[in-house]
Design a protein around this ligand. Structure first.
Ligand code: 2M8
Length: 725
C-alpha cells in the first residue's frame, strides 16, 4: 500500500477507535453522541476490513433495539450520554408504542436499510468467513423482519416502493427536495411543544445546519407520531409528509440483493428477497423516473406527483441496477455535467449533493450542496455497475483526497474542499478505509516481483500462424487491418468506460476476420507504412489488439498475470520477424528502452528489428497503450491522421483521473506507477512534473506543482492488474 494511504488508514482507524463506546460507534465525538442507524452500517463496512468482531458487534448492538414490528430505529440512545442532543427519549416517548423494545431507548422513526449490505461485506472480508456463519444465521431473520416491516407498513399500495414519513428518515435531512412538502405544511408554531436545539452548540456556523423553520417541522412531525402512539395506520392517515424517496428505495433494493446472497450462503430460500429485488427495482425505474429531467425524483404521496428537485440522491438508483440502459446513459450525462461537476472540470470536487447551478445551491449548508462521502461512495459503485469506470474513478479520487487533504469531516465544500460539520466523522473514516482496501489493495503480489518475473517464465505463443490468408492484397493489408481494429473498437470496446466485452468479441465474425488479417501480417513489411504519425498509430493499434487477441486466445478470465510472461510471450509474426507485445512497446514505441525491472533491452545491438524503432519517444503513448488491466489506458482506435490529437486527449484524461492525486496541504503528489516505470520517457522526474503541469486542468493543482517544484514529494499508486472486462 502506498505509504500515504497506510498512514491515513491508520488515522481513520484511530477515529473509529476514539468514537467506539464499548458496544457501538458514535457518528462523531460530540455532535452525534448516540448510535445512528445507517451510520452503523457504513461504519461496519469500514471495520469489516480489519476488525470482524467489532463490525459484527456494531450491527448486533443496533439490532438489539429493533422494534417488535421489525422497525430498526434511527437512533439508539446511550443512557450515559443523554443531555447533549435533541430530540432525546423524553421527547420521543416511544414507550407509547407496544412495539418499542423494552429496556432500550430509541427514536420512533427509521433510516435507509444499509445493514444487509454491511453484513454481506463482513462475511466477504472476514479472514475466516466460516466463523462468521453463526452471526449470519442469527442476523438474517432480523434483516428479513426489517425489510418485511418496510414492505408491510410503508408500502400500503404494494407497489414495491416504501415511504418515509420524516426527513430524518431519509438521512439527507435538509435536502432541497424536502422544501416542497415541508413548506406546504402550514403549522402553528405557537402550539408546537417547546424545544431547544442542541446541534447548533457543536458547529462553527449555524448556517451550515438546517434552519429553525425546518426544525419546527421536524418537531411537528415527531409530535404527530407520538400523538398517534407510533401506530402506522393512524400516522398514514394524518401525516403531511409521506414520500417515496429514490435514495431510501435504492438502498432497500440493493440491500435485498445482499439478502438474496446471504440466504444462499446460509442455505435459506432466497425467494422472498428475490421477489423484493425485482419489484422495487422495477418500481424505481418506472414511477420515480422523471422523463424531462433525466433523473430520479422523489414521489409525494400527498400530492401524488414527483417532486421536481434534482439532488444527488436521484443518481443513486444506479447502485441497485434499477435504471434501464437508456436511463443510465441519460443519468450519466446529467451527472457528468457542470451541474454536478463534469469529468476533468477544474476546481470542483465530485459530486455536490445539489445542482450547483440552482439558486438554492449552498456550498456549505449540510445536505443542500456539499459533497458527502457516503452518497458518493454509493454512486461510484452504481457507475461501475453500468460500466462508467472513468467517472467512478474520478469520484473515487475525490473521496480519497478530500479526507487526506482536508480532514475526516462530515461533509466538504465542492469548490475548495473545506471540511464542514463535525471533524473525526465516523462514516467518512470507515468508507475511506473501505475505498483504499477495495481499490488499491486488490492485488496482493508486489509490483516489483511481478514485473521482475514478467518475462522469464511461460511459453511463447505466436498468435497469427493460422492457414487462412486474407483476400486483400498485401499493399492493402495495413489499411484493412486498421479498419478491422476500428470495427472491433466500435462493436466491442467501450472507449468511454475503458472496457472490452471479451465474451461477445470471442465468437464474433468481426474477430474472426481480424484473425485472418493478422495471418497476412506474415507477408507484410512495416516499412511500407508512411510517416511517423502513421507508424505510431499502426504500432499502438497493433499492440492494443495483440493484447485483446491474446486474452481471448489464451482464455484469460481475471488478469493477464494468469499467463506467466504474458507481454513477452504473446507474439505476431510480421514479415521476416516475430514481435512480442513487449517488443512493440519497449522495442519500437519506446525506441529499444529497458522495461522496468528488466536488465535487458528488447533488441540486441545487431537485431534487425531495430530499424523499426520510433525515435524520439513520445511519452503520451503510455496513455494509449492498453495492457488489458484496469489501471491502464482506456482502449481506443488510433488514426494516422489524428493520432497526435488523440494522444493529447489520452494524456489529459489520465492525468486528470484518479491515477494522479495532488495533495497540496501535504506537499505531495500521488501518481500512477506508470510514471515510475517509464520515468526516462518523460525526461526524468523533472519531465514528469512538467508533464503533469501541462496536462492538469485544475489551476490550483498546476500552480501547486509549479510553486513547489523542488521539494515536491512524489509517491506512487498501486497498479491494478485486473482485467478491463
Ligand atoms: C444527520 O442527521 C441527524 C438526525 O438523524 C441530525 O442532523 O441530528 C444526518 O446527516 C444523518 O444522515 C446522519 O445519520 C446523522 C448522524 O450522522 O446526522
Amino acid at each position: 500500500m502506498s505509504r500515504i494511504f497506510a498512514d491515513y488508514v491508520e488515522k481513520a482507524k484511530k477515529i473509529l477507535e476514539d468514537n467506539w463506546t464499548g458496544t457501538s460507534t458514535k457518528p462523531s465525538p460530540s455532535l452525534y453522541p448516540h448510535q445512528w442507524n445507517w451510520d452503523s452500517g457504513f461504519i461496519a463496512i469500514g471495520r469489516s476490513h480489519y476488525d470482524t468482531a467489532r463490525a459484527i458487534q456494531e450491527i448486533e448492538t443496533l439490532f438489539e433495539a429493533q422494534w417488535s414490528n421489525g422497525m430498526l430505529p434511527q437512533i439508539v440512545f446511550n443512557p450515559e450520554e443523554l443531555g447533549h442532543y435533541f430530540p432525546e427519549p423524553d421527547f420521543w416517548q416511544t414507550e407509547r408504542s407496544p412495539n418499542a423494545p423494552k429496556g432500550k431507548l430509541t427514536s420512533g422513526i427509521t433510516m435507509p436499510p444499509v445493514h444487509a449490505i454491511a453484513v454481506e461485506k463482513i462475511y466477504q472480508h472476514a479472514l475466516r468467513p466460516r466463523r462468521v456463519l453463526p452471526f449470519l444465521k442469527e442476523i438474517y431473520p432480523k434483516l428479513l423482519d426489517l425489510h418485511a416491516y418496510l414492505y408491510g407498513e410503508r408500502d400500503p399500495a404494494k407497489e414495491g416502493l416504501v415511504y418515509i414519513r420524516h426527513p430524518w428518515e431519509s438521512g439527507i435531512d435538509n435536502s432541497p427536495t424536502w422544501d416542497v412538502p415541508l413548506r406546504r405544511m402550514n403549522i402553528d408554531t405557537a402550539s408546537l411543544p417547546h424545544y431547544t436545539r442542541m446541534d447548533l452548540k457543536h458547529v462553527a456556523d449555524p448556517s451550515m445546519r438546517p434552519s429553525d423553520e425546518d426544525y419546527d417541522r421536524y418537531v411537528y412531525l415527531v409530535d404527530l407520531f407520538r400523538q398517534c402512539n407510533y401506530d402506522e395506520a393512524t400516522i398514514r392517515e394524518t401525516c403531511p409528509f409521506l414520500i417515496q424517496d429514490p435514495l431510501f428505495n435504492t438502498i432497500l433494493a440493493r440491500a435485498n440483493e445482499s439478502l438474496v446472497r446471504i440466504a444462499g450462503i446460509i442455505g435459506e430460500s432466497p425467494d422472498v428477497p428475490k421477489s423484493w429485488v425485482k419489484k422495487t427495482s422495477k418500481a424505481i425505474g418506472t414511477k420515480l423516473w422523471h422523463q424531462d429531467h433525466d433523473m430520479f425524483d422523489a414521489f409525494d404521496l400527498v400530492t401524488h406527483e414527483l417532486i421536481e428537485v434534482d439532488t444527488a440522491a436521484g443518481f443513486l438508483p444506479l447502485w441497485a441496477g434499477a435504471p434501464s440502459r437508456d436511463q443510465a446513459r441519460r443519468l450519466y450525462d446529467h451527472l457528468n455535467s457542470s451541474s454536478f461537476c463534469a469529468l476533468h472540470q477544474g476546481n470542483c470536487f465530485t459530486i455536490p449533493n445539489y445542482d450547483t447551478k440552482k439558486e438554492e445551491y449552498d456550498h456549505a449548508n449540510y445536505w443542500r450542496g456539499p459533497v458527502w462521502i457516503n452518497i458518493n461512495w454509493m454512486i461510484a459503485q452504481g457507475l461501475r455497475r453500468y460500466g462508467y469506470t472513468l467517472k467512478a474513478d474520478s469520484i473515487q479520487k475525490d473521496l480519497l483526497q478530500l479526507p487526506i487533504r482536508f480532514g475526516f469531516y462530515e461533509y466538504f465544500d465542492s469548490s475548495d474542499g473545506s471540511g464542514y460539520g463535525s471533524d473525526n466523522f465516523s462514516w467518512t473514516a470507515a468508507l475511506f478505509i473501505d475505498l483504499v482496501n477495495e481499490f488499491y489493495e486488490q492485488d496482493t503480489t508486489s509490483a516489483g516481483i511481478r514485473s521482475g518475473l514478467k518475462g522469464f517464465f511461460g511459453e511463447e505463443t505466436v498468435l497469427n500462424d493460422g492457414d487462412e490468408m486474407p483476400s486483400c492484397g498485401i499493399q492493402n493489408l495495413a489499411g484493412e487491418l486498421m479498419r478491422s481494429i476500428r470495427t472491433l473498437r466500435d462493436r466491442f470496446y467501450n472507449t468511454e468506460r475503458g472496457l472490452v466485452d471479451y465474451e461477445q468479441l470471442k465468437d464474433s465474425h468481426e474477430y474472426r476476420s481480424y484473425r485472418v488479417l493478422t495471418n497476412g501480417l506474415r507477408q507484410f513489411n512495416p516499412e511500407m507504412i508512411m510517416g511517423r504519425k502513421g507508424k505510431i498509430a499502426f504500432w499502438i493499434n497493433l499492440y492494443n489488439t495483440i493484447v485483446v487477441d491474446a486474452i481471448v486466445t489464451l482464455g484469460i478470465t481475471a488478469s493477464v498475470k494468469e499467463v506467466p510472461g504474458f507481454f513477452r510471450n504473446v507474439k505476431y509474426r510480421i514479415g521476416k520477424y516475430v514481435f512480442s507485445a513487449d517488443d512493440i512497446e519497449h522495442g519500437i514505441l519506446r525506441s529499444n528502452a529497458r522495461p522496468f525491472f528488466s536488465p535487458l533491452r528488447p533488441f540486441s545491438p545487431r537485431d534487425p528489428r531495430k530499424r523499426f524503432m520510433l525515435f524520439p519517444v513520445d511519452p503520451r503513448i503510455h496513455f494509449a497503450l492498453v495492457c488489458g488491466s484496469r489501471s491502464c489506458a482506456p482502449i481506443d482506435y488510433y488514426d494516422g491522421e489524428t493520432v497526435y490529437d488523440q494522444l493529447e486527449v489520452a494524456a489529459k484524461s489520465f492525468v486528470n483521473s484518479s491515477e494522479v492525486l495532488i495533495l497540496p496541504e501535504l506537499k505531495k503528489i500521488l501518481i500512477s506507477e506508470i510514471f515510475r516505470w517509464y520515468e526516462k520517457d518523460f525526461g526524468g522526474l523533472r519531465g514528469i512534473k512538467d508533464f503533469l503541469t501541462d496536462y492538469l486542468v485544475d489551476l490550483r493543482a498546476k500552480n501547486f506543482i509549479r510553486d513547489n517544484y523542488r521539494d515536491l514529494v512524489i509517491e506512487y499508486l498501486h497498479y491494478d492488474w485486473n482485467l478491463n472486462r
